[in-house]
Design a protein around this ligand. Structure first.
Ligand SMILES: [Zn+2]
Length: 154
């Protein structure tokens, strides 16, 4: 399922209510229509976001993370696991179009006292996908180019 938002995907299958959100779109106020559609979908299907995977640090892919986490928290849903490839230190970005790893991790950790923060991915890691019909995990491939922290999933 593709959501209204920049390059956001919701991965679901027929095995239970768990779903995976890939990227979180732009920050507020742009996030509002996306959050509304996401909320409608989750309410109508009973699905629960258990996993969030961030593909790279551009603001139109990670900027909506705070809004998504707040939405999940306000709905009393369990805290999702959040994954991202760690930006290589030598290429840590600066500027308004990106959100750095430290800031993202602080944001995630601020959501609850029990938060373990972002789970940092490495090339070849496999992310469990209980909900998918074939039960296969998503495999992470580091694909630097668009940004130094970009990943592809298969
Ligand atoms: Zn980008």
């Amino acid at each position: 399922m593709t959501l209204h938002g920049t390059n956001c995907y919701l991965l679901s299958g027929s095995h239970g209510p768990d779903v995976t959100l890939i990227d979180t779109g732009s920050p507020a106020p742009s996030a509002a229509p996306f959050i509304n559609i996401l909320g409608e979908h989750l309410r109508s299907t009973g699905n629960v976001i258990r996993t969030i995977i961030l593909t790279h640090h551009h603001i139109d892919h990670v900027g909506g993370l705070a809004d998504v986490l707040e939405f999940i928290k306000n709905n009393g849903a369990p805290e999702p696991s959040i994954y991202k490839f760690k930006t290589p230190a030598s290429t840590e970005p600066a500027g308004r179009s990106v959100i750095g790893d430290d800031e993202l991790d602080r944001l995630v950790q601020s959501q609850s006292a029990n938060s373990q923060g972002i789970k940092w991915l490495r090339d070849g890691d496999k992310i469990p996908q209980r909900e998918l019909d074939d039960g296969m995990p998503l495999t992470v491939m580091h694909t630097p180019g668009h940004t130094s922290d970009s990943i592809s999933l298969f």
